[in-house]
Design a protein around this ligand. Structure first.
Ligand code: NAP
Length: 367
């Protein structure tokens, strides 16, 4: 029997990188895990059998070293400024190492003239990796992760409020996938390139849910009553500034409001749910209440007076925070802007490849 090739997993301490690395190890593949620092997450990967590579994904010299002796890789650009730089560095190193197969974490919104700079960068990255002459490519193309709702888990657990800018609470707008389910699709595509080369897969959760139903899932997962509260975009920006999720830069904040706008427009509901997690990942997609239950156990968000006071003080901090101005941030950061940006569902090429394909498990690439 031929030895299984070692697989490089970038962003291996991240939401999808960590479970991708762990699932590849479970399948019997040796894994090199590219992480930024030797912390508890690296220790967990090492304990599961991964080789740890500590480096900077912006540095071509690091990526070249990380790819030595590697034939396949998971490319997961972090949600950070200069995303195209991550991908260009990865593409050059993959080209020089003549990798056999790459799996990229893309985006359901990925389209040519999208208002989000990060999304346009994802789109260009996908095309860049498609063009590698010696390397086959699979794109895993999820929409809004289940994990995104967990940024309000402490508030929901203590005060029973799911406050997010998702519009009308009664409209079904997303079938949220668990990180581990997204990873199952990436791991399978890395394990068997011949089956998955050239494909684009969209993993989703098992059912399309409205914001009110997400709140019901929180109620079940937390064993307390949780109610959805529609937040204005201005209040959302204040909250992201006052209580930012870990690792979110000001630049990411300017993009998140555009993703929330796509959410309200119903773009994540298009052709959801899919059977990709079952068909490709080989597992039952996890329900939202189960995702919340696991997160609540991991974070220990049991109600207490101290935590309730902490949640209330967060609300006061949000109220007192000046609303950031996304346009000003983008200008200050020299973001490349388009004069006529086009949201996903307003883009003919996006609609043609995403809406009209009723199966939607295997989305055609758009130029
Ligand atoms: N969230 C969504 O709803 C959604 C939907 C569709 C697609 N996506 C895509 O998901 C991707 C992000 O994936 P993810 O959520 O799995 O990643 P993630 O959790 O953000 O993880 C990124 C990892 O990269 C590490 N990192 C950041 N900068 C680094 C650097 N310069 N060198 C080395 N490591 C670095 C971070 O390290 P530390 O943890 O040590 O800081 C982190 O562990 C983005 O490309 C986004 O477009 C997200």
């Amino acid at each position: 029997m031929t030895a299984r090739p070692k697989i490089l997993v970038t962003s291996a301490a991240g939401k999808t990188g960590l479970p991708t690395a762990l699932q590849l190890l479970e399948k019997g593949f040796p894994v090199r895990a590219f992480v930024r620092s030797d912390d508890a997450r690296a220790a967990r990967l090492r304990g599961a059998g991964a080789e740890i590579f500590i480096g900077n994904q912006y540095a071509l010299s690091h990526m070249r070293r990380a790819m030595q002796g590697i034939r396949r890789a998971y490319h997961c650009p972090p949600t950070a400024p200069n995303g195209l730089h991550f991908s260009a560095v990865f593409a050059v190193a993959a080209h020089d190492a003549r990798l056999e197969h790459v799996v990229t974490l893309g985006q359901w919104l990925s389209s040519v003239d999208h208002p989000s700079l990060f999304t346009r960068e994802v789109h260009v990255s996908e095309r860049l990796l498609d063009a590698l002459p010696d390397t086959t490519h699979t794109i895993v193309n999820p929409g809004w992760f289940a994990d995104n709702y967990l940024m309000v888990l402490p508030l929901a657990a203590q005060l029973g409020i799911l406050a997010m800018p998702l519009g009308d609470g009664s409209v079904k707008k997303n079938a949220p996938p668990a990180n581990e389910d997204i990873a199952s699709v990436a791991a399978e595509a890395l394990a068997d390139p011949a089956q998955h080369a050239g494909q684009t897969y969209r993993p989703t959760g098992p059912e399309l849910l409205s914001p009110d139903e997400i709140a019901v899932a929180f109620s079940k997962g937390l064993k307390r009553s949780v109610r959805y509260m529609a937040m204005s975009e201005r209040m959302f920006l204040k909250a992201m500034k006052a209580v930012p999720p870990p690792n979110y830069s000001d630049a990411a904040l300017t993009q998140l409001r555009l993703y929330a706008e796509e959410y309200r427009r119903g773009t994540f509901a298009v052709n959801a749910p899919t059977d990709v997690v079952r068909a490709i990942g080989g597992r039952e997609p996890e329900r939202m209440d189960s995702i919340v239950r696991r997160a609540a156990q991991a974070a220990d968000v049991r109600q207490s007076l101290g935590r309730q006071l902490g949640a209330l003080s967060d609300l006061v901090r949000i109220a007192l925070t000046k609303a950031p101005d996304p346009s000003r941030i983008s200008t200050a950061k020299d973001h490349v802007e388009l004069s006529e940006p086009v949201f996903a569902q307003d883009c003919n090429a996006w609609r043609d490849s995403h809406e009209n394909d009723r199966e939607c498990n295997r989305i055609r690439r758009i130029a």
